[in-house]
Ligand binder design. Structure first.
Ligand SMILES: [Cu+2]
Length: 274
């Protein structure tokens, strides 16, 4: 391969990377960013898109070049020459993916730690999923709770969400918040498998909770409204709700016990990353 060919191939790889990566990173695949976590997750996604486009471009350009450069002459039915390996090439194609994967892992780890940082003034919220609806419970200091079919949350406050399911596995997702987490039903011992997740909505508006784990015939209809409102409006809304005693089977335990277990229940997470 001449130097000029190498330069042309590298140029083709860079052009194809740009042509594929630029449009893909311009799109907000999950709508507007409506939580403090959303921007960090989107940036991570965009970096991964650029890396993926780069790898895709290398493979496509080299594939096209080899098909064209080493094509058989008409009527040539002979086998290609046997190859005895190329140590330099093999080291290169082992080292580059290793570096890319390590970079992706470390960067994701940093973003995950960042978006899961707990705030001291978080709003406790217990979410119960069942075929095919969501129930949102707000534990109150007196051992009672407010129960709602619409998720109403204050803007700019972190939500410390505990997820439980009454039947099959569901998954909580508000696309604009980017955060997604499974709601897992009770295990063989009958204990709830708790799953906590943090999210800080920072944009007023109305959104949708979407179940994002295929959970049965009504899965596609398993949605609920989310209203992100100013803190004062949230306080007022909460005051006007009826206080109820927590139902057995709902994810709400006694408030103090639930709060202390919140720090360790992240270990039961079934989803590894954002
Ligand atoms: Cu579901």
């Amino acid at each position: 391969m001449t130097r000029a060919t190498l330069v042309r191939l590298i140029a083709a790889i860079l052009v194809l990377t740009a042509v594929t990566a630029v449009p893909m990173t311009q799109i907000h695949w999950n709508g507007t960013e409506a939580s403090t976590q959303a921007d960090k997750i989107d940036t991570l996604l965009n970096v991964m898109i650029v890396l993926s486009c780069f790898v895709f471009a290398i493979v496509m350009v080299m594939l096209g070049y080899c098909i064209w450069r080493y094509r058989a002459k008409p009527g040539d039915e002979s086998d290609g020459e046997p190859i005895h390996g190329n140590t330099k090439l093999e080291i290169t194609w082992t080292v580059i993916p290793t570096v890319i994967v390590l970079f992706g892992a470390i960067y994701s780890w940093i973003v995950l730690g960042d978006i899961e940082t707990k705030a001291s003034d978080a709003v406790r919220l217990d979410i119960t999923a069942q075929q095919y609806e969501w129930t949102f419970n707000y534990p109150q200091a007196n051992g009672k709770e407010v129960s709602s079919k619409t998720l109403v949350v204050p803007e700019g406050r972190q939500l410390e969400i505990r997820l439980t399911s009454l039947d099959v596995i569901h998954s909580f997702w508000v696309p604009e918040w980017r955060i997604k987490r499974d709601a897992v039903p009770a295990g063989p011992g009958g204990n709830d498998i708790d799953n906590t997740v943090e999210v800080t909505p920072d944009r007023l508006g109305i959104y949708n909770v979407v179940c994002t784990e295929l959970c049965g015939f009504g899965h596609a209809t398993m949605r609920a409204l989310v209203r992100v409102v100013p803190q004062s409006e949230f306080d007022q809304w909460l005051r006007h709700q009826k206080l109820v005693t927590p139902q057995p089977g709902s994810s709400t335990g006694d408030v103090s016990g639930a709060a202390s277990s919140g720090s360790t229940s992240g270990a039961t997470s079934t989803t590894g990353g954002p």
